[in-house]
Structures are given as structure tokens and as C-alpha cells.
Design a protein around this ligand. Structure first.
Ligand code: AKG
Length: 297
């Protein structure tokens, strides 16, 4: 078993690059993890084919069409985070057969997650999957680190285990102008994670359809502003986390058990239809001290 490779405690200090590194999907997980260890983010070229992306887009389109833009949340900062004219669709597992059968089973995604989480935490599951449409005229999303959902990790500094990681897949082209995700390379190494830097420090994750920007939960990033007149930017965030942390999406309440039964055992574990057996522990997310799969799967 390889040791945790996201740890950055002894990484040499280098000046932040003005462009994210790109690796072909064929380079494999060592190349992905090397780049993310250096910069906190990396673009994986052609993680998915155009055919896979167009089938996924077709699966989610009716739900995206039925959905209004912006947040109904009372608090202003949450509305800003959501984006006034941004659409955010969850439950892609329940909605899209293409996601369930192909995206959720991608070998490189699991190879990367296994290295990050197995030696360290003993297990991982999905935090959320969200299709995000950023409309023309949208302002930039406030900069943040994904691990801010788990405040103790914000206090634990750059060499702490990786709470979460995110594959942001380009379901349309991502350009500087249409709202490509903005990242501050190197910000996963900053000593003080209360500092989210500024938009001037960011670089756009420009991508072709099917590429993915893989980011550490420690790196500062956010959706970009869409300054185009008529070009929608569509991305999908697929977020994983160690399985001792509570996911954002309450999958077992969203995904029908009939659909869950069609998933692989690993797919079921990703969405809470199986128990989570962590390192050096009798496990969590159980029923009668046993596996939940006896009931659901
Ligand atoms: C978030 O919603 O937390 C994001 O970081 C979204 C990034 C994007 O839409 O490019």
C-alpha cells in the first residue's frame, strides 16, 4: 500500500505557476497526484469521452430545464455562493444512468481516491455530485476551500490528511470568459487556511469538453464570472471525502433503493447504501452493529 501522497509538509517552496499543469488520462494516478501535490490542482485531459459527456448532458437536461436559477436560501452569503443566475443540480446518481454506470466507476477516479484515502482513513465515499450551469452575466463565486465544510481541517494546516477532493468535469468548454473554475495554485500549502487570497491570484482552469480539473480540498478556488453574451458554462463537481465525514448530499434519502440495488458494491458504498469500515475501527454507518447492505442491497 502506498503511503499518503497528498501530504505536503516537506514540499519545497516554489513560486505559484500562472497556468495549471495538464496531464493526459493515460499518465495515470501517480502523474495526477504529483501535479496536485505541487499545485493543489491539475487538469486531467480527456477523463471522459465526448460521447459520455453528451449522454450525461442528455440525462440531466430535463431536470436542468425544470430548475430555476439562484438560491432560495435566506442568508445573503449563501445566495452569493450559489450564484444569482447559477443552476445547481444534485442527485445525479438518481437521475443519470450514464453517471451511475460510467462516471461513478471510472478507474482513474478510484485509483486516485484509493491512494489518498485508504492508507490514511481506511475508506472514502462521495460528498456530492453537482451539475453547475453558470449563465452569462454571472459574477465570480466567492473563493473558498472545499474542506471548509469540515472546520477542524481548516485548523489542521497543509500537512493534515485530505478531507475532500473534487473532480470538476467540463460538460461544456471552460474558458476564461465563460466562467472556468478559478484556482490559486499553491494555496493548498499556505500556513493559514483562513486566508482565501484574492481573485487577482487566481488562474482559470480552461478545459475542453471531457477534461476534468482535479483539486485538493485545501486549494482555494471558485466558479468564474461569465462575461460572455450568450454562452452557458456547464460543469459537474464530483466530490469525494474520507468516510468518517458527513457528506453534503443525503444520498440514501435521494437515491431510490431500487436504483441503488443496480449499482456495484463500490457504487453502493459511495452513496451510503453500505457501511463504511475505517482503518482501526469497527466501522460506521451501520445497523445492529452490522452492514446496512443486509437491509438495502
Ligand atoms: C463550488 O460550488 O463549491 C465550486 O467550487 C464550483 C466551481 C465551479 O463551478 O467552477
Amino acid at each position: 500500500m502506498k503511503q499518503l501522497v497528498m501530504s505536503t509538509a516537506s514540499a519545497p517552496i516554489r513560486s505559484p505557476p500562472r497556468k495549471l499543469q495538464e496531464v493526459p488520462v493515460s499518465a495515470g494516478c501517480d502523474a495526477v497526484l504529483k501535479a496536485v501535490r505541487e499545485d493543489g490542482a491539475v487538469i486531467i485531459k480527456k477523463l471522459f469521452t465526448h460521447d459520455q459527456i453528451s449522454r450525461l448532458n442528455a440525462d440531466v437536461q430535463p431536470a436542468m430545464d425544470a430548475m430555476g436559477s439562484g438560491s432560495k436560501h435566506a442568508e445573503e452569503w449563501v445566495r452569493q455562493f450559489h450564484g444569482d443566475s447559477t443552476k445547481r443540480l444534485n442527485n445525479i446518481v438518481g437521475i443519470s444512468p450514464t453517471f451511475r454506470e460510467e462516471f461513478l466507476e471510472h478507474p482513474l477516479i478510484h485509483a486516485v481516491c484509493e491512494i489518498i484515502y485508504l492508507a490514511d482513513a481506511g475508506g472514502y465515499w462521495m460528498n456530492s455530485t453537482q451539475v453547475i450551469d453558470i449563465s452569462p452575466g454571472s459574477k465570480p463565486q466567492p473563493l473558498h476551500r472545499d474542506q471548509w465544510q469540515f472546520p477542524i481541517f481548516q485548523l489542521a494546516g497543509p500537512s493534515a490528511p485530505e478531507a475532500s477532493c473534487n473532480f470538476i468535469v467540463a460538460l461544456s468548454r471552460f474558458t476564461d470568459a465563460n466562467g472556468a473554475t478559478r484556482v490559486i495554485p499553491g494555496s493548498h500549502l499556505w500556513a493559514d487556511f483562513r486566508n482565501n487570497g484574492s481573485h487577482e491570484d487566481t488562474v482559470p482552469a480552461e478545459m475542453d469538453v471531457g477534461d476534468a480539473c482535479f483539486i485538493s480540498g485545501k486549494v482555494v478556488h471558485g466558479g468564474g464570472s461569465n462575461t460572455t453574451v450568450g454562452e452557458m458554462r456547464r460543469g459537474m463537481a464530483i466530490v469525494f471525502q474520507c468516510s468518517y465525514l458527513t457528506p453534503e448530499e443525503a444520498y440514501p434519502f435521494n437515491v431510490d433503493a431500487k436504483i441503488a440495488r443496480t449499482l456495484s458494491a463500490r457504487g453502493q458504498r459511495m452513496v451510503g447504501f453500505r457501511s463504511q469500515f475505517l482503518k482501526d475501527s469497527p466501522g460506521v454507518w451501520k445497523r445492529n452493529y452490522g452492514e446496512v447492505d443486509e437491509v438495502y442491497c
